[in-house]
Design a protein around this ligand. Structure first.
Ligand SMILES: *[C@@H]1O[C@H](CO)[C@@H](O)[C@H](O)[C@H]1NC(C)=O
Length: 188
């Protein structure tokens, strides 16, 4: 009897994972051909890997569930990059005062993105995918404008250049999923 229960448990766990995995694969494939995703090399692979890394993705049954996982991943990545920048400023690890000023501007942009991501999450929870898409799109401005501050003309190189680029991909994941979900909603 025990054996049967364990077996049933294992089996249901296994099909559940298959369901979540195929949901992740489909969502990431669709997102990789959507505007933005199509411009980022290996977007589909990064999308699948980062979602699977978060164990909560295994409980996802709908695209809405996946948006929540993607948005939480983006929030945690954003928080980490923000902490890195704060540490660089605190420990005066920047090259010159202009770099410091630009990094401080990036911190403001990151804080704004953080607020927008949190608000987007709330819209996803009430299944307002149109509003969620809007705020997730605005959240992408944070790392985008931060990257643009370090342009060729001012000869400044961001100490978090790679992290900031990666962050854009992480923000694009929930945004492209939300856009897909809002299209699905309109078709109903
Ligand atoms: C952002 O997330 C990715 C994937 O999980 C990870 O490899 C990377 O180290 C994270 N970046 C930061 C700054 O935490």
């Amino acid at each position: 009897m025990m054996y049967l229960i364990v077996f049933a448990f294992l089996f249901s766990g296994c099909t559940a994972n298959k369901e979540a995995d195929s949901l992740i694969q489909k969502a990431c494939k669709d997102a990789s051909t959507s505007p933005g995703g199509d411009m980022i090399p290996h977007f589909e692979k990064v999308c699948i890997e980062t979602l699977k890394e978060n164990s909560k993705s295994q409980n996802a049954r709908t695209l809405g569930d996946l948006i929540i996982v993607g948005a939480n991943n983006a929030i945690s990545n954003l928080t980490n990059v923000k902490r890195m920048v704060e540490k660089i400023i605190k420990e005066k690890k920047y090259k010159n005062s202009l770099t410091k000023k630009l990094l401080e501007e990036c911190l403001k942009l990151y804080s704004n993105s953080f607020k927008l991501l949190t608000s987007g999450l709330n819209y996803v929870k009430i299944r307002n995918f149109v509003k969620a898409t809007e705020v997730f799109l605005d959240a992408e401005d944070g790392p985008a404008f931060c990257g643009l501050k370090f342009n060729g003309d001012n000869q400044q190189i961001s100490p978090v250049k790679e992290e900031n680029i990666f962050l854009m991909t992480m923000l694009l994941i929930p945004e492209s999923f939300a856009m897909e979900a809002s299209h699905d909603q309109k078709l109903k």
